[in-house]
Design a protein around this ligand. Structure first.
Ligand SMILES: Nc1nc2c(c(=O)[nH]1)N[C@H]1C(S)=C(S)[C@@H](COP(=O)(O)OP(=O)(O)OC[C@H]3O[C@@H](n4cnc5c(=O)[nH]c(N)nc54)[C@H](O)[C@@H]3O)O[C@H]1N2
Ligand SMILES: Nc1nc2c(c(=O)[nH]1)N[C@H]1C(S)=C(S)[C@@H](COP(=O)(O)OP(=O)(O)OC[C@H]3O[C@@H](n4cnc5c(=O)[nH]c(N)nc54)[C@H](O)[C@@H]3O)O[C@H]1N2
Ligand code: SF4
Ligand SMILES: [Mo]
Length: 914
C-alpha cells in the first residue's frame, strides 16, 4: 500500500510517499506532486524507513522509575502539577516544547499552559533556532512572516547564502538551486560563512568572514548602495520608514570598503564585487540561517540584511526577498500557534492591543481563575535559570533535549536534577534527558502521528499516521488532553482527532482578524497569519488536505505564494521599518587561556541528538566519530595532528574528539558537530562548552561563537572493539576509557576506545577481555614490539566480538567485518581472514561519502586517480552521487583535492570572482 506524508527532518518539508503493509514501512520515495521537492529526497529522507521499528522505543509510561499504566501516569501528572500550582502558584509550572511537534500538539500545549494552567512560562527549542529571525521580521514587517518561497530561489538573479550550509542541512533546496543555476547560467550564488562548506560547490563568490561580522558587512552594503546611488528611493518613500537612522548607524565609524573588509577579514575587492552584484540586481534572495540567528546579535544581523532588501526594493517580487530558512520540520507551526514564551497565541503577542481579551474570549477562560498570564514568560535560557533558582518547580519537556542542546548544558543538567517535577514526553527510551525525568510519557513518532507541519515557505502539509504506535505509546496531543481532563478542563479540550484541533486553530487565526489591516474595526487587530478558509474541514477533507501556503483566506482561498507584493506591511501604518544596527562582537571572549573561536553545527547525515539517524547504520558512516575541525596552522601550533584525539576546554566543560585538519577552517577557529551525546560518546557534547550569552531582543543563545582551548588528548592505547548486537555486555569499558564512542553498524556495535597513560605499563588485554566481555579469545595475533594486537571471540561458529589494539587508521574493511557478524556459521575462509579483516583483494573503501550506494572515500580517490575526474564518470563507475545527490559536493571536492594534490599542495579554491 502507498501513503503520502511529509518528511520529519528539516524545514524544507519534502513530501514522502511510503510503501507499507500496515505494520512495516518497506520503502520511501519522494512525492512527485509535492511542491517542496517534486520527487526529490536527500539521504536522510531516503533512509527514513531504516530508522523505524519498535527497538529502542519508549513503550510504557514510567513514574519515579516504575512502569505504570496510562491511567496512573496521567493522574500523577495532573495531581503533581496541581500540587505545585497550589503550593507555589501557577507561575511555578513551565513547559519546554519543540519545532518537532506537530501544529496540533503545539496548539493544545499552548492553550493548556497559557490558557488553563495560567503560566506564561512556555517556551520552545525554536528559541535556540529561529528566535532572532522571528524578532527581525517582526521589527521590520510588523509580523513574523517569511515573504519568499522556494521558487524565488530559482527565479533570482543572485542568491546570497549567509550562515547557511544548505548543501548539508537543506539538501533538496540546494539541489533545486543547483539545477536552477544549470538552467540559468546568469544566476549567481554568494556564500558568506567563516567555513568553506560543501555549499561553496555552487558559489560564484565566497566570503569567508570573521565570525560574527555579518552586521558590519550588511551595514557596509547599505552605505555603499547609498554612495553609489543604488537605493530605490521610490520604494523607500512609498513603503518604508527609518532609512535615515539606519543609514546613520551603518555609517558609524569608518564605512570605507577597506575598513569593512578589514573588520570582516575578507578581501576588499571581493567584498566590493558582492556589493556591486547585490546593488545592481533587483531579483536578489538572501537566504540566512544559523550563522545569523545563533548569535548574541542575531536580531540585528537579520535586520541589517532586511534593511538592504528594503532599501533596494528587493522584496515582494518573484526572485527577491530576505528569506530566513527554518530548521525543524515544524518550527513555523510553533510560531503560528504562539509557542514562544513572548507570544500569546496565533501571531498575537501579550502586548498586542486587544489580544489578551480576544484570546480569553476565544478560549472561554474568562470564568477561570487564574486568567491568562498578562505578560511574556521566560525564554529558554532564562527558564532554566529560573529552575536553577527554584522559582520553577515543575517542567514538562516535549520532543527536545535541553540536557544536550542548550548552552552550559552541564548547568542545565544540574538545574533539571534539582527540579522537583520533571515530566518528559519522548519517543525513544535511551536519551540523556531520561536520567532527570520523574515521569516519562511514551509518545508516538513519525509515521504514527497525524497532523500538520508548516515548512520554510509557509506551506502547510499533512503528516499522516500510517502505522500503529508501538506498545502503549500515545500521541502528544492525546496525552495533554487526558491531563487537561483530569485537571477539570475537559470541556475546553474535548478533541478526539487532530482535525478538530486544526479546525479550532484555523478559527482562532481568523477570529476578529480583518482581511486587510485598514479594515480593522475598533478592537480588531490585523494578523497576517490567517488560515480561516481552512476552518470547518471535516475529517475527510483534513485527511486529504493538499499542501498550501498561508495566508489562506476568503480573499486567497488557494493560499499565498508570496507576501508584501502590494508593498503593504503588517505594521499599523502599513510601512516596513528599516532598523538602525550597531554591529557587536561575540560575547564569549577569547583570551590567552581560551584562544580559539568555537563554531558548532551540523553534519550531512545526522539529525540533532541522533535519536533517529543513528538507527540507520548507513547514516553513521559519513562521520562515524565526533570530531574537531582545525586549520593546519593551528593544528601545528597546538600540537595536534589529523586523526589524533584532542580535547577542547572552556570553563563550563570539556569536549573530546578526533581531529580533522582542514583548510576549509579559518585559522583561529575550530568547528565541532552538535550531534553527539553521552549515549554515543564519552565527552563530546558541544553544549557543555558554550557560555549562555543571548541576543538581548530575541533571547537566542550565541551557539556559534564559543571560546575554547585546544590540546592533544594523551593516551597509552587506541582500540576498536566490535561486539555482536546480542552480546549482553554493559559497556563497562567506557568507565575507564579516556575516550570512547559508539557507532551502530548493521550487525554489530563498533566501539572506538582510547585509554591508559602514555608510557604506562602495557595493558593485559587477555585480562581486559575477561573483565569486560567475560570471554577468552578464540583467535589472537599480537606484536609485542609495537603493542599492536588483534583478537576475536567465536562461539559455536559465530563471531561474538572482534578487537584491534591500534589506531583506527589501521582498520581493515569494516563493512566486511560487520557482515561476518551476520554469518550463522563462519565460513572457513572468513575465519582464516577474520583478524586480517578483509577478503583477499577486497580492500577497505574508507569512510562513506555516498550513503545511498555506500561508496567509500578510498574507492573514490582510487577511481579519480585512475582517471575518473568528473562526478559523472565517478557515478558511471561506482554509482556514487547518482541517487539523492547529497554527496555531489563532496565528490567534487575530492576531485579538486586530488587535482590540487597533483599540482603540489595548494589550497582548494572554490572562489571565482567572475
Ligand atoms: N543534516 C542535518 N540537516 C539539518 C539539521 C540537522 O541536524 N542535520 N537540523 C535542521 C535545523 S533544526 C536547523 S536550525 C538547520 C540549520 O541549518 P544551517 O544554519 O545551515 O546549519 P549550521 O551547520 O548550524 O550552521 C550554518 C553555518 O553557519 C556558519 N557560521 C558560524 N558562525 C557564523 C557567522 O558568524 N556568520 C556567518 N555568516 N556564518 C556563520 C557555520 O560555519 C555553518 O556552516 O538545519 C536543519 N537541517
Ligand atoms: N551548540 C549548538 N547548539 C545547538 C545548535 C547548534 O547549532 N549549536 N542548534 C540548535 C537548534 S537550531 C536546534 S533546532 C536544537 C535541536 O536540539 P533538540 O531539540 O534538543 O534535539 P533533538 O535531537 O531534535 O531532540 C528531539 C527529541 O524529541 C524526540 N522526538 C521526536 N519526535 C517526537 C515526537 O513526535 N514527540 C515527542 N514527544 N518526542 C519526539 C526525539 O527522540 C529527540 O529526543 O539544538 C540547538 N542547539
Ligand atoms: S531535504 Fe529535509 S525535508 Fe527533504 S528529505 Fe531531506 S531532510 Fe527531509
Ligand atoms: Mo534548528
Amino acid at each position: 500500500m502507498q501513503a503520502s506524508t511529509t518528511c520529519p527532518y528539516c524545514g524544507v518539508g519534502c513530501g514522502v510517499v511510503v510503501d507499507h503493509d500496515g505494520a512495516v514501512i518497506r520503502d520511501v520515495e519522494g512525492d512527485r506532486d509535492h511542491p517542496a521537492n517534486f520527487g526529490r529526497l536527500c539521504v536522510k529522507g531516503s533512509a527514513l524507513h531504516e530508522t523505524l521499528g519498535s527497538q529502542g522505543r519508549l513503550t510504557r509510561p514510567r513514574v519515579d522509575g516504575q512502569e505504570v499504566d496510562w491511567g496512573s501516569a496521567l493522574s500523577s501528572v495532573a495531581e503533581r502539577l496541581g500540587a505545585v500550582r497550589y503550593r507555589h502558584g501557577d507561575h511555578a509550572v513551565a513547559g519546554y516544547l519543540s519545532g518537532q511537534l506537530l501544529t496540533e500538539d503545539y496548539y493544545v500545549a499552548n492553550k493548556l499552559f497559557k490558557g488553563f494552567l495560567g503560566t506564561p512560562h512556555l517556551d520552545t527549542n525554536s528559541r535556540l533556532c529561529m528566535a532572532s529571525a522571528v524578532a527581525g521580521y517582526k521589527r521590520a514587517f510588523g509580523a513574523d512572516a517569511v515573504p519568499c518561497n522556494y521558487e524565488d530561489l530559482e527565479d533570482a538573479e543572485l542568491v546570497v547564502l549567509v550562515g547557511s550550509n544548505l548543501a548539508w542541512n537543506h539538501p533538496v533546496l540546494f539541489q533545486r538551486l543547483r539545477v536552477a543555476k544549470q538552467r540559468n547560467p546568469l544566476l549567481r550564488v554568494v556564500v558568506i560563512d567563516p567555513r568553506v562548506t560543501d555549499t561553496c560547490e555552487i558559489a560564484d563568490l565566497y566570503l569567508g568572514i570573521a565570525p560574527g561580522s555579518d552586521a558590519r558587512l550588511f551595514n557596509g552594503l547599505l552605505a555603499w548602495m547609498d554612495d553609489k546611488n543604488r537605493l530605490d528611493r521610490v520604494y523607500l518613500e512609498a513603503h518604508t520608514q527609518g532609512l535615515d537612522a539606519a543609514l546613520a548607524a551603518a555609517r558609524q565609524g569608518d564605512a570605507s570598503i577597506e575598513a569593512i573588509a578589514a573588520d570582516c577579514d575578507v578581501d576588499a575587492e571581493r567584498l566590493e564585487t558582492f556589493y556591486y552584484w547585490f546593488a545592481t540586481q533587483l531579483h536578489v534572495v538572501t537566504l540566512y540561517s544559523q550563522g545569523v540567528n545563533q548569535s548574541s546579535s542575531g536580531t540585528d544581523k537579520s535586520n541589517a540584511i532586511i534593511n538592504c532588501h528594503l532599501a533596494g526594493g528587493k522584496i515582494g517580487l518573484p526572485g527577491a526577498g530576505p528569506f530566513s530558512i527554518t530548521g525543524q520540520p515544524n518550527a513555523m507551526g510553533g510560531r503560528e500557534v504562539g509557542g514562544l514564551a513572548n507570544q500569546l497565541a496565533a501571531h498575537m503577542d501579550y502586548h498586542t492591543p486587544g489580544a489578551l481579551d480576544r484570546v480569553t474570549r476565544f478560549w472561554r477562560t474568562e470564568t477561570l481563575t487564574p486568567t491568562l498570564p498578562e505578560g511574556p514568560g521566560h525564554k529558554a535560557v532564562e527558564l532554566f535559570e529560573a529552575i536553577e533558582r527554584g522559582e520553577i518547580q515543575a517542567l514538562w519537556i516535549m520532543a527536545t533535549n535541553p540536557a544536550v542542546s542548550l548552552p552550559e548544558a552541564n548547568r542545565v543538567r544540574a538545574a533539571l536534577a534539582k527540579c522537583p517535577l520533571v515530566i518528559v514526553s519522548e519517543c525513544m527510551a535511551d536519551t540523556d534527558l531520561m536520567a532527570y525525568a520523574d515521569i516519562v510519557l511514551p509518545a508516538s513518532s513519525w509515521s504514527e502521528k497525524d497532523g500538520t507541519v508548516t515548512n520554510s515557505e509557509r506551506r502547510i502539509s499533512r503528516q499522516r499516521g500510517i502505522l500503529p504506535p508501538p506498545g502503549e505509546a500515545r500521541h502528544d496531543w492525546w496525552i495533554m488532553v487526558e491531563v487537561a481532563r483530569r485537571m477539570g478542563y475537559g470541556e475546553a479540550f474535548d478533541y478526539r482527532h487532530p482535525y478538530q484541533i486544526f479546525d479550532e486553530h484555523a478559527r482562532l487565526s481568523g477570529f476578529e482578524n480583518p482581511l486587510v489591516a485598514q479594515d480593522a474595526k475598533p478592537g480588531e487587530g490585523f494578523r497576517l497569519f490567517n488560515i480561516s478558509a481552512l476552518a470547518g474541514l471535516d475529517r475527510a477533507a483534513y485527511d486529504g488536505l493538499s499542501p498550501i501556503q498561508w495566508p489562506v483566506t476568503e480573499k486567497a482561498p488557494h493560499g499565498t505564494a508570496r507576501l508584501f507584493e502590494d508593498g503593504r506591511f503588517a505594521t499599523p501604518d502599513g510601512l516596513a521599518r528599516l532598523v538602525p544596527v550597531t554591529p557587536r562582537a561575540p560575547q564569549q571572549l577569547l583570551s590567552e587561556s581560551r584562544p580559539l573561536r568555537l563554531n558548532t553545527g551540523r553534519v550531512r547525515d545526522q539529525w540533532h541528538t541522533m535519536t533517529r539517524t543513528a538507527r540507520a547504520p548507513r547514516l553513521m558512516n559519513h562521520r562515524a566519530e565526533p570530531f574537531i575541525e582545525v586549520h593546519p596552522d593551528d593544528a601545528h601550533a597546538y600540537g595536534v595532528a589529523d586523526q589524533q584525539l584532542a580535547r577542547l576546554e572552556s570553563p563550563s566543560g570539556e569536549f573530546r574528539a578526533r581531529v580533522r585538519v582542514s583548510k576549509s577552517q579559518r585559522q583561529g577557529e575550530v568547528f565541532v558537530p552538535m550531534h553527539w551525546t553521552d549515549r554515543f560518546s564519552g565527552q563530546a557534547r558541544m553544549g557543555s562548552l558554550l557560555e549562555a550569552h543571548c541576543d538581548p531582543v530575541s533571547g537566542q543563545p550565541e551557539s556559534k561563537h564559543g571560546a575554547v582551548s585546544l590540546a592533544p588528548l594523551a593516551t597509552g592505547w587506541e582500540a576498536t572493539l566490535l561486539v555482536a548486537h546480542d552480546v549482553a555486555a554493559d559497556a563497562t569499558w567506557c568507565n575507564e576509557a579516556t575516550y570512547w564512542t559508539r557507532v551502530p553498524l548493521a550487525h554489530c556495535q563498533r566501539w572506538q576506545l582510547a585509554g591508559g597513560d602514555a608510557g604506562a605499563p602495557a595493558t593485559d588485554w587477555r585480562q581486559w577481555l575477561l573483565d569486560h566481555l567475560h570471554d577468552t579469545p578464540t583467535l589472537w595475533c599480537d606484536d609485542p614490539a609495537t603493542g599492536r594486537l588483534r583478537a576475536a571471540g567465536i562461539e559455536q561458529g559465530r563471531v561474538r566480538w572482534w578487537l584491534m589494539v591500534a589506531p583506527p587508521t589501521e582498520l581493515p574493511g569494516l563493512a566486511w567485518l560487520d557482515e561476518r557478524f551476520a554469518e550463522a556459521v563462519l565460513g572457513k575462509n572468513s575465519r582464516r581472514r577474520l583478524l586480517a579483516g578483509c577478503e583477499a583483494g577486497e580492500a577497505d573503501t574508507g569512510p562513506t561519502v555516498c550513503s545511498c550506494h555506500q561508496v567509500g572515500q578510498k574507492a573514490i580517490v582510487a577511481a579519480i586517480q585512475a582517471g575518473d575526474t568528473s562526478v559523472e564518470a565517478l557515478g558511471a563507475r561506482l554509482a556514487c552521487g547518482t541517487q539523492c545527490g547529497s554527496c555531489i559536493p563532496e565528490l567534487k571536492s575530492l576531485i579538486e583535492e586530488e587535482r590540487a594534490h597533483a599540482h603540489s599542495e595548494q589550497k582548494p579554491e572554490v572562489i571565482d570572482v567572475a
